[in-house]
Design a protein around this ligand. Structure first.
Ligand code: ZN
Ligand code: ZN
Length: 239
């Protein structure tokens, strides 16, 4: 089978890398680049993900559990997820000691797997991820279960919120069109764009190595470490 032969054991991720493209004018070219200090430093007491199901079937809870663990590790403070309107969810006001990420399961209201953005709400910044869980169900298989597909999208969108990747290993798929955001050139990164190359790599990676794209690639992790080191020395306001 051609697809699997391409990515059999020994297949190097480097051979399937995308090409780095220029970033928009004004993009920082020095540490800490455009990485998001609020999500990467213990600037408050906790990170809370508030899950809303607006359309479609229920989400995979283990995918959310994994995202929470990743967010706590990179954010250096406790993280949790709650159902909107459920115990522990914000009711009328947002807690000033909490960073909020709202995850909306929107089914086919969006055509893509997911999207993410930050916005001002009640005089502060909050984060949003929208995910089309119905599209994930279409792609599930015995090799790549739905829970792993949802996890990859959640970690991918969270990576955008972290500000990954820096200019040195990112690309714009439709360059010089910058719409769609920057993605990681490495196919072994959940922040890669789901292109034919990365899908081929993903199939080989999961079928032969039983590995999933659940954490950022080595280059993205190094960028995060460099930004954290910079902030530890130069601490500056994050908003
Ligand atoms: Zn993306
Ligand atoms: Zn990466």
């Amino acid at each position: 089978m051609v697809v699997l032969a391409l990515c059999a054991p020994g297949c190097a991720a480097s051979s399937l890398r995308e090409r780095v493209t220029p970033f928009p004018p004004g993009t920082p070219h020095a540490v800490p680049w455009q990485l998001n200090r609020e999500l990467l430093q213990p600037v408050n007491k906790r990170i809370q993900f508030v899950v809303e199901i607006l359309q479609g079937h229920l989400p995979e809870p283990e995918a959310l559990d994994d995202l929470v663990r990743l967010a706590a590790r990179y954010g250096e403070r406790p993280a949790s997820w709650v159902l909107s309107g459920g115990p522990g969810a914000p009711v009328r006001a947002l807690d000033p000691d909490t960073t909020y990420v709202f995850i909306r399961y929107v089914g086919w209201r969006i055509p893509n797997f997911g999207l993410s953005f930050a916005q001002q709400f009640a005089g502060r910044r909050v984060y949003l991820i929208e995910i089309n869980q119905s599209r994930h169900r279409r792609w599930r298989s015995s090799v790549l279960p739905e829970r792993r597909l949802e996890e990859q999208t959640l970690v991918h969108e969270y990576g955008h919120l972290l500000g990954l990747p820096p200019y040195d290993h990112g690309y714009f798929q439709r360059y010089p069109d910058f719409s769609g955001g920057a993605h990681c050139v490495n196919p072994d990164c959940p922040l890669t764009k789901p292109t034919l190359r990365s899908i081929l790599f993903g199939i080989g990676n999961t079928a032969f190595r039983r590995r999933f794209l659940e954490d950022y690639c080595a280059q993205c992790r190094r960028a995060i470490e460099a930004a954290k080191a910079y902030w530890r020395i130069n601490g500056q306001p994050y908003i």
